[in-house]
Design a protein around this ligand. Structure first.
Ligand SMILES: CC(C)(COP(=O)(O)OP(=O)(O)OC[C@H]1O[C@@H](n2cnc3c(N)ncnc32)[C@H](O)[C@@H]1OP(=O)(O)O)[C@@H](O)C(=O)NCCC(=O)NCCS
Length: 231
């Protein structure tokens, strides 16, 4: 099932956030993807992760094309990695597209978790903003050392002051908020997650999974930056 949620905050225009079940995506259409995407897909040794990668790239492309009012096979990828650079040859990093060599006026972000994916995007004529989205299963943060290694002092205090039965949910929310913000900043985990406190950061917010059509045990966060991200 596909659902769209949107929110508005101050001067922020509508940010579209949409969830997809990857097993419902027809990966038979993968030939519309770009060579760099197909090359990366070929590197997966197992079929299921390969299909989920392709499905994520297909739904992201379709979502972008729909926001732009274009056919999805007109888009060419234009990924940006803080280490490797930017271009149609790059198969990882922050997503973006061009049409006939010109960047499309759209900022977007993708996250996958198991059979689920979420894409968030916004038309942005000047390409001065940035978005980030992340979804995680509550179980993904349930490991020894999560609080000590990945949270800030303030986030650790919040976790300690939260009833034990609510901590798995809180940890998943904190982690999705961090990854959403780090994606919007364009660094991803190249920047230390414990260097950024997301408890009250107005650039990031958690979303309820159910209105998006996602299972209740997934945590979802989106981040939106109005200024050019750090390079
Ligand atoms: C992206 C990241 C934050 C989260 O990954 P994750 O939770 O395992 O996976 P998610 O499904 O939530 O997100 C994956 C998507 O994040 C996006 N992404 C990757 N790097 C990104 C970056 N630097 N900025 C913004 N978005 C990024 C891509 O759209 C990617 O989708 P893809 O698999 O189709 O390429 C983490 O893997 C990361 O930081 N990776 C890059 C680290 C880096 O820069 N290394 C140097 C590479 S040379």
């Amino acid at each position: 099932m596909l659902r769209t949620a949107a929110f508005q905050e101050g001067r922020v225009l509508m940010l579209q956030v949409r969830a997809f079940q990857l097993s419902n995506v027809d990966v038979g259409r993968s030939s519309i993807l770009d060579p760099a995407e197909l090359t990366r897909a070929a590197l997966f040794s197992d079929e299921l992760p390969r299909r989920r990668f392709l499905a994520g790239r297909l739904v992201q492309r379709h979502f972008a094309a729909e926001l732009l009012g274009l056919a999805d096979d007109r888009l060419e990828i234009d990924y940006h990695c803080p280490v490797c650079g930017q271009g149609p040859w790059l198969n990882h990093g922050r997503p973006g597209y061009t049409v006939e060599g010109r960047p499309v006026p759209l900022v977007l972000s993708l996250s996958r978790c198991g059979d689920w994916a979420v894409v968030a995007g916004q038309l942005d004529a000047d390409l001065t903003g940035a978005v980030g989205v992340d979804i995680e299963d509550e179980s993904s943060t349930a490991f020894e050392g999560f609080d000590a290694e990945l949270l800030t002092d303030g986030e650790r205090r919040l976790t300690l002051n939260t009833p034990e039965h609510s901590r798995p949910r809180l940890r998943a929310q904190l982690w999705t908020r961090k990854e959403a913000l780090l994606k919007a900043l364009g660094t991803g985990l190249a920047r230390e997650p414990n260097s950024i406190d997301v408890v009250a950061d107005p650039r990031v917010r958690s979303m309820a999974p159910e209105p998006l059509g996602l299972p209740a045990d997934l945590a979802v966060a989106v981040a939106w930056l109005a200024v050019p991200p750090l390079r």
